[in-house]
Every structure is written in C-alpha cells, then in structure tokens.
Design a protein around this ligand. Sequence first.
Ligand code: HEM
Length: 527
Amino acid sequence: MLSSLLMTGAVLWVSWRIWKFTVLPKIYPNEPKQLPYWIPVIGHVYGMLMDSNKLFTYGRKYFGNTREIFMVTVMGEELYIATSAQDVSSIYKASKAFDFNAIINDIFEGFGITASTMQKMYEPNWDQGKHWIDIIHEIFKEQMHLGEKLVELQTTFLRKIDDCLFWDRLSGAMVLSEPSNHVKVVSAYKWTYEVLVSAASKSFFGNAILDANPDLLKDFLIFDTEAWKMLLKYPPFAAKEMFDAKAKCEAAFERYLTLPVEKREDATWLVRNIETAMKGLGIPDDQTAVMHFILYRLINTNAYRTCFWSLSHLLQDQALQDSIMRETKPAFSSDGKLSMTHLLDHCPLLNSFYEEVVRETTYPIGARVVVNEITIGNTVLHPGKKVLMPFQQMHSNPDVFGKNAAEFDPTRFLNNPSLSKSTSYRPFGTGLTYCPGRFLARREIFMFLVPVLHRFDLKVEGREDRGHAVFPRMDDSISSGGVMGPRKGDDLVLQHALTNPKDRSYEVTNLMGRSRMDTGLLFTSCQ
Ligand code: HEM
C-alpha cells in the first residue's frame, strides 16, 4: 500500500516536473522561463532567504546567460527577474504598464503604517489630482537635489561630521580599548556609523531627536543590522531584538513630536514639511513618527556602510591612500578651509574610487507590479505579477565593466568615465524613487574620508593573514536592497595614535560645487 502510494507520488512529481519545466516552455516560448525547483509551491524560498543574489546569478547562468527575463517561485508566487540593462530601462520607461505604489504600500505596511493613514496619503488633495505619495518624491528632490535647500542642509551636516573627527570624540562604543593615554583602538564600522548617523540625525531632525532618545543610535544600529528580516516578513518572535529596537526608535520619534515646536526649529525644511502635511491630512502623531522613522532609515542605512567600505579599502592599500592624499591635499587652503568643489571636480581618482566602492557594495533591487500585459525583450509579462530588478547583476557584468568586473579597481571609472552614465550602473536606483540623497551621500563620505586621511595617524590592526590584516568580508547573502554590511564579526580594527596636532577644524567652502558625475546625474534624475 505504502509503496504504491510512493510510486504514484513519484509518477505525479516526475510528470509535474516534465510538464512545468520542459513542455510548458515549448508551448509558450514567449513566456518568461521558469527556473526549475524541486518542491511544488515552496519553490525557491530557501534561495531567496539565504542568498538571493546567488539565486539570481544561478538563474541567469542556467538560461545560458542570455539575460532574458526568467521566473522564480516563492511560496506559490511567481516573480519575474530582469537582469539586463536593456530590459530594466524598458520597464522603467513603460511606467503605465507597471505600478510602484503597491511596492511602497507593502514597505509602509511592514513599518506599521495603517490602512487609514494609507488612505489619507492617497487622497488627491494636491494640484492636478496628486496625492501625498506623489508630493513626497517632489519634496525629497527639492531638499536634496543641487540647490539652495541642499546647501543649507549640507552646511550643517558637513560641519557636524567635521566636529566629530577629533581625538577626544573617539569615545563610547566605537572604542574597543585604550592601551595608553595616546593610543585608542577603534572599530571602523562603529566609527563611521556614529559619526555619519549622529551628524545626519541632528542636521535632518535637529538636536532634539537625540534628547528624545539619547540611545537612538544604539537602537537604530540593532534595527538596521536586521531590518531585512522585517522586509522578508519574519514574524515578531523570530526577530525579537530587531522588532524591539524598531519600537524604541519609533517611540523616540513619537516623543520628538510631542516636544514644543521651538525646540525643533533646527530641523530641516523636509522634516518640518512632512510634519505639517501629515497634520493637514489628519494623520495622528504616532503614524507621523513611523513616517519619520522610514525617512530616518533611508537617510542613514547606506551612507555609513559605503563610508566603512571606502575606509577599509583606503587603509589597506597604501599606494591608493598615498595617491588620494596627494590628489586631495590642494583642497585644503592655508587659512584652514576645505574646498568641496575641489574634491568633487579636481580629484578624479577620489571620485572614481567612490564610484567603484558603490558599484561593488550596493545591491539594490528595483521592484514593480505589472498592471497591463506588456512585451519586454522577447518575453510577455502578465498583470498582477511582480518584477524584480537586482541591479548588482548588471554591476558585475564583464561585458560592460570589463574582464576584471569581479575585482575592485579604484581606477575603473577614471579610465572609463562613461561607465558612471551606463544603464548597467544603477547603485542609486532609477525612475520615481531614484535616490535623491546621492549628491549628499558623496559629499558626506568625502567629508569623512578626506579629513580622516589628513588628520589622523591610523594603523590597521586585526586578524593577520600572511602579513596583511584580513579585509572585512561583505555579507552579500542578505537581500537588504542597499549597501551590504560586513559579515558578523568582521570589522576593520584601527589603532589611532595621538601624535598630532593637525587636529583642527576645517571650514568647508564652495558647497555648491558639482562634480562631473553630479552633473550627469542631475540631468538624468528629474523623472
Ligand atoms: C551611498 C549611499 C546611498 C545609496 C547607495 C542609496 C541608494 C538608494 C536607492 C537604491 C534608492 C531607491 C530605493 C527604491 O527604489 O526602492 C534610494 C532611495 C532613497 N534614498 Fe538613497 N542611497 C544612499 C544614500 C542616501 C542618503 C545619504 C540619503 C539622504 C540624505 C538618501 C535618501 C533616499 C531617499 C529619501 C530615497 C527614497 C526616494 C523616493 O522614494 O522618492 N539616500 N537610495
């Protein structure tokens, strides 16, 4: 009896496999091909959870590296995977056939935005029937694209970064030990995190945000490290620490909103604007707090990680460090000013290095829902299905980035400047949600790296491997949708020696400077 049941099961299973993965593709040659899987319905759950980028690479290669759109299945849901720059561009261009709001709503829901708030945010209260979700993209751009409001914000922001880059500010969790009065051993990950996130917190939300929760940075780091579990819809019991940290962060923003307005006057225009608009829509403060927290994460999650990887590369490559120091030295004037324009426009190696760090470490995944049947490339996409566009698949394409695409080459963009405008290079996403913070990101990272190189005496400590400190390994198994962090336990441990004196503050000038890259991005961004 048991053996005949097993036999029937086996026959059914083999028939299902042959039908699904051999016969159907022949009957419907224009449908995206389904990447085979073993267990019906469950499909590629394991691959998506454990290392989605590896699964996408496997799928691309399985279909002969043609980069045609293919399908993976996760708990019965079929997802289209687009890995070619051409298909991705076609998808973004055909904006009427694809919906993004469904994706935003999913993210909002994960953070705790209620159906009633969502409904209010979609009321067509603005010009030309626009709703608040349309408006928020516009106000992001007004605040963060090159212009007066960005200058105002970055003046405060960059000054606050500089204020942190002094010997006596090496303190708290970032200091691992203090072997003597003039030596501190510091975690590079925590250092970049604390400097950039504290500067961003105060310059966007004003000093009051850290009064509302002096432990905000600690709580946010716990949340941010495991936020991918929230995006993958882990139940609260399976990610308790992350959900607890999230609740503490949101409580901080709720407390912040109860402080008198005079105490929050130093918040940036964008933050005040969101608050006023949410009040106008009749949205309660606890929901505005969640919206503030979503913004807080967008502002912070990628920049400190990029800065960490940049510092790791610079401090482990003496020749590169020397060249960048030589190139950036003229940015400092004898009267103590640091010219941002010089860094942006006259330091091609620094800018190429930055582009390469971002290419290597960013794993954004664009997502859309098909609303009208459409043909992209040779494949027909059907309404209701989600398309994922894992941009790292394009960033590692040797046909575009050369045979050494898998290696880190700081001169790649210097030798081939057109790469930064390639449709295969999309570290900041594209389309409606094209990262408006990309201008600020480059400036804040330069504002950390350049003074650090010129001001501190740093030595890398750490696990030794044939005479070299081991480079922290990237945890590319997590589908965070942004810049990857290091693997658990990996860090760059630095020894800071107080030898000097160069310890003084630089006044940052020429904040309106545009870089070669910015100029390109500016004109392609306004979509
Ligand atoms: C190297 C650092 C950064 C990287 C790699 C990065 C990447 C991205 C990507 C890929 C998106 C699109 C997400 C999507 O389509 O769902 C995005 C959106 C966004 N980023 Fe960034 N980002 C960085 C730094 C920043 C900074 C410093 C800020 C603010 C100061 C910022 C603010 C935003 C905002 C507000 C959005 C949402 C835009 C919208 O929905 O209209 N980002 N970023």
